[in-house]
Write a protein that binds this ligand. Structure first.
Ligand SMILES: [Mn+2]
Length: 225
């Protein structure tokens, strides 16, 4: 169902809190060399808590992250922007969060690109609230990107519940969808520059009359490792 009851929202909020906890573990003691090592760490941390994955974790580094939105992790060495997209299930209900960290030393241009994605996320968040069309949030995020919007090649977000992708689909071409109170949705703009880099930032939210309330709360500042 698109609209969640209190119990369902509590489950997703707990799943998000655990996702935050695992992300904070990753950045506190960062000692990973390859995508696979980091992905297996995430899988172990989920299992150790007696939980299941919402979907196989995505860890994609450097130029690989620009070529595909949801690649499977490989033995590629972590360098440059690294997209981490993962979630857990609490009583079957999923969390979905993405952070992009930087391994090495980002240039001024890298920081500017990260800011484009973060601004797009905030632009989408600001528009979304109960009663507003989902298309409007996607359009606001996309328009904020200026020339970079051609690299934003997927929808702004989606509903989350027992399935990782549910209604509504948040996209300017899906004009029929409207945010309703107690929907749980993601906002996840990204830019993907082929053969160069990928950046995506995603949180899971509950929709209220006043706006979006974030359930995942990890830092959105660029984490440099
Ligand atoms: Mn998602």
């Amino acid at each position: 169902m698109r609209i969640k009851n209190t119990y369902e929202i509590e489950c997703i909020a707990r799943a998000c809190a655990i996702t935050d906890e695992i992300f904070s573990g990753i950045i506190q003691d960062f000692c990973f060399t390859t995508e696979r090592e980091l992905a297996l760490y995430i899988r172990r941390e989920i299992k150790r808590r007696g939980l299941r994955e919402a979907f196989p974790p995505i860890v994609s580094s450097g130029s690989r992250a620009g070529d595909e939105i949801h690649p499977k992790y490989t033995d590629a060495v972590l360098e440059g922007f690294v997209i981490l997209d993962f979630g857990v299930r609490v009583d079957g209900y999923c969390s979905d969060m993405t952070r992009t960290v930087f391994v090495g030393t980002p240039t001024v241009k890298d920081r500017a690109l990260y800011a484009v994605v973060l601004d797009a996320k905030r632009s989408g968040e600001r528009v979304a609230r109960a009663g507003v069309s989902c298309a409007a949030a996607d359009a606001a995020a996309r328009d904020s990107m200026g020339a970079y919007k051609k690299y934003f090649i997927h929808t702004l977000g989606h509903g989350v519940g027992r399935r990782i992708h549910e209604q509504p689909i948040i996209f300017h071409k899906r004009t029929e969808s409207v945010f309703l109170e107690n929907m749980v949705v993601t906002i996840e703009p990204g830019i993907y520059i082929p053969k160069k880099l990928g950046i995506r930032i995603e949180d899971t939210y509950v929709v209220t009359q006043k706006g979006l309330k974030a359930l995942s709360k990890s830092t959105q500042s660029l984490v440099v490792l």
